[in-house]
Design a protein around this ligand. Structure first.
Ligand code: TYD
Length: 201
């Protein structure tokens, strides 16, 4: 179903996080918004990796490994998948990433450092608005020799649980028929906006 508002909530959340990450030294593709659903970004050559950072066990790792749903993962677990639908996005390890020449060794190190730094910033922010950042997926790209965070950071690419009620506030609402996805997305977007009105982080 095409839903303009859902796109706007996701865009508003991405438009909040990209500048926040930039302020903390993470280069991102974000340039500016021209309207609530249109983002102008730096053109990147995307790296076909899905970098997933997990603070709690949920989703595919609970299915594949003997984790209890919601188990705390400390330190956070980084999982990197190869972005290739025809191969069903198989999980990679460092040796495979290097053997496939997807990035250099130093780029891989930098990608992981950025993923950990992004996670720390997002966890601290979501904590402050009463939301557990369970996991999220990010993608990187290159402009010249430089690495940038690309794609999006939105409710479609994160798992968020309300700290008080335990409710999902992300795509799982839709996937598992847990309620009204628009209402959940709106709640996250509004809780983030409230911090901006209240003077930011
Ligand atoms: P994961 O648990 O691996 O998959 P699923 O959500 O299908 O059970 O997902 C971990 C996190 O990464 C979750 O917040 C959703 C996000 N993600 C994407 O946004 N796109 C993807 O293609 C994948 C595999 C995950």
């Amino acid at each position: 179903m095409y839903c303009k508002k859902k796109g706007e909530y996701n865009a508003s959340v991405s438009a909040y996080f990209f500048p926040l990450l930039e302020e903390h030294g993470i280069p991102t593709h974000f340039i500016r918004m021209t309207d609530p659903s249109t983002m102008i970004v730096r053109k990147l050559t995307m790296i076909p990796l899905e970098v997933i950072v997990r603070n709690r066990a949920a989703g595919s790792i609970v299915k594949r490994y003997p984790f209890e749903e919601g188990a705390i993962l400390d330190p956070p677990v980084i999982v990197i998948d190869y972005k290739d639908d025809s191969r069903h996005d198989p999980m990679l390890n460092d040796d495979l990433i290097l053997a496939l020449h997807l990035v250099t060794r130093s780029e891989l190190r930098r990608i992981k450092e950025m993923a950990i730094a992004i996670n720390a910033l997002l966890v601290r922010f979501f904590d402050s608005i009463g939301i557990t950042l369970v996991d999220f997926k990010i993608e990187f790209g290159k402009a010249g020799e430089s690495l940038y965070l690309g794609d999006e950071i939105s409710m479609d690419s994160m798992r968020l649980w309300d700290m008080t009620t335990g409710e999902s506030l992300d795509k799982d609402v839709y996937r598992f028929d847990k309620g009204d996805v628009m209402e959940a997305y709106e709640r996250v977007a509004k809780r983030i906006q409230a911090t901006v009105k209240g003077g930011g982080q």
